[in-house]
Design a protein around this ligand. Structure first.
Ligand SMILES: [Zn+2]
Length: 119
């Protein structure tokens, strides 16, 4: 369903700003204590969370529909509370997502990080 993406035409800085901002806004909305939120041109992962609660998000999240961007970010934010994929972690993610974790996870699995030609 989401197998193909339009080529990303906006500048890297615009995407960085929007993705980073969404990360900070969601952290605030759900009350997560995060370190730095950085956006990188990561091609193998949508996001990650360090032991120091710094969150790294892929620039290519911008190619996903908004609800999946939020899903990825909330997943990483929940790692600031549980640094693992335990049942408690998934329960927290599910709560933040209004009970839609499984559904969104399945949807995200069908998405690929788009291949973007370097300018
Ligand atoms: Zn995870």
């Amino acid at each position: 369903m989401f197998g193909k993406y339009d080529v990303i035409l906006c500048g890297k800085e615009t995407l960085d700003g929007a993705t980073g901002q969404m990360g900070s806004q969601l952290a605030e909305r759900f009350g997560f204590e995060v370190g730095r939120v950085t956006v990188r041109a990561a091609r193998t992962k949508w996001g990650s969370c360090s032991a120091r609660n710094d969150i790294s998000l892929s620039l290519f999240l911008a190619a996903l529909p908004r609800h999946l961007q939020e899903f990825v970010i909330i997943h990483e934010l929940c790692h600031t509370v549980h640094h693992n994929h335990s049942a408690a972690f998934h329960a927290l993610v599910d709560r933040c997502l209004g009970g839609r974790e499984r559904e969104l996870e399945g949807e995200l699995k069908r998405c690929r990080i788009p291949i973007v030609a370097e300018a």
